[in-house]
Design a protein around this ligand. Structure first.
Ligand SMILES: [Zn+2]
Ligand SMILES: [Zn+2]
Length: 390
């Protein structure tokens, strides 16, 4: 390890208490997507203090930020932070750890700024991962236009270099029928809830013909006003996921057909929402993953066996479709602790989470350093990106 790389790792270690405190502060004040005002302010303040030039509201997103150090020459490497929480269960996805690992990696590089090769480092704050697709807005807003490579980590119950992410599209169905007294004149009513339930039944049958790596899951958001009224209005929202964008849209088409058939059967009017921001699958960057894996060996992170059937989605997938990007999963909770649970929220501020966060910060900082020091690796990542379809 070069002496600069030693200094980077030591810088992360030296900021351990500070980063842990920041992680706890974000964890203890959970904010939903696009409302992460405090987390955005705390992270911006931290990075400004460490020598970054920080811009907030980038890409037209109020709670996004971009912190930059370095010169205009050489590649631009981005380290991504997320800091939104979930409704009711708070930081059960551990985004407080993502945020502080990213900010810590940036701060460690800033600590050795005089010895950094040419190029720019950007720590980018990306809001609303859980819902709303903040990164999709930032892509549209041009935030990644001049970035060559991007990386982030996600907390998990084990360490996995690359975990596939499914493409995901959301669809909302609204059914409108006709109200009637459910006992006196039921034959006068047109039952919107029947269409809603029939949609679920048709989709349950569709699931049997679906590839196992695809997912369809939904809830009824409105099931009528009272049991003695034939429901004149009902609504449901589904999420449709698949490992490829084309198969995701094909599955979406079949889900829509289920709702259309159900609406026809019940004689109700169907209104469908336009899809919100679609989350795309995660493309691999072998070049970046290899570099990250090599640095893991020096930071104490040990890769666990892959678990190909536990599949989620994230808007970092969209970033990976426009530039080389990676999202290794880092153990921050005991094995078997699933994300989006109250147990994971509790684990996200325990000593294991601190250790995972610091090791991840080091690994990202060292990987960023390598990309700046050996720009041919950036070129190799871009070449691989241009050649591989997925
Ligand atoms: Zn999540
Ligand atoms: Zn998450």
């Amino acid at each position: 390890m070069s002496t600069v790389k030693d200094a980077i790792a030591q810088a992360v270690e030296g900021m351990g208490d500070e980063l842990d405190a920041l992680s706890r502060r974000i964890h203890d004040h959970p904010e939903l997507g696009y409302q992460e005002v405090q987390a955005c302010a705390w992270l911006s303040e931290f990075l400004t203090h460490k020598g970054f030039k920080v811009e907030t509201g980038v890409g037209g997103v109020a709670t996004a930020f971009r912190a930059t150090i370095g010169s205009g020459a050489g590649p631009t490497i981005a380290i991504l932070c997320e800091y939104d929480a979930l409704p009711v269960i708070g930081h059960a996805c551990g985004h407080n750890v993502i945020a502080t690992a990213g900010a810590g990696a940036g701060a460690a590089l800033a600590a050795v700024q005089a010895e950094l090769p040419a190029g720019r480092i950007q720590v980018i704050g990306t809001p609303a991962e859980e819902r709303g697709g903040g990164k999709v807005e930032l892509i549209k807003g041009g935030v990644f236009q001049h970035v060559d490579c991007a990386m982030m980590i996600h907390g998990f119950d084990r360490t996995i270099l690359h975990q596939d992410l499914l493409g995901i599209v959301s669809v909302t169905f609204e059914y409108t029928g006709k109200a009637a007294h459910a006992s006196v004149d039921p034959w006068v009513g047109v039952n919107a809830l029947d269409a809603c339930i029939q949609t679920f039944n048709a989709i349950s049958m569709l699931r049997q013909q679906m590839r196992p790596e695809c997912r369809i899951h939904g809830i009824i958001t409105n099931g009528g006003a009272a049991p003695n009224i034939i429901p004149e209005y009902a609504a449901s929202t589904f999420l449709v996921r698949a490992p490829r964008i084309d198969t995701m849209w094909e599955l979406h088409r079949r889900v829509v057909a289920c709702a259309e058939g159900a609406a026809k059967a019940a004689g109700v009017r169907l209104k469908m929402s336009q899809p919100e921001n679609v989350y795309e699958p995660l493309r691999r960057s072998r070049v970046m993953l290899d570099l990250f894996a090599a640095n893991m060996k020096t930071t104490g992170l040990v890769e666990d066996p892959p678990i190909p059937d536990r599949l989620g989605s994230s808007d970092v997938g969209n970033v990976s479709q426009v530039i080389p990007a990676i999202q290794p999963m880092i153990a921050i909770a005991p094995t078997g602790t699933a994300i989006h649970t109250r147990e994971f929220a509790e684990a996200a501020v325990k000593p294991l989470a601190r250790a995972g966060m610091l090791a991840a910060a080091k690994t990202m900082a060292l990987t960023t350093f390598d990309l700046l020091a050996e720009p041919h690796r950036v070129e190799a990542a871009k070449k691989e990106f241009a050649q591989r379809a997925s």
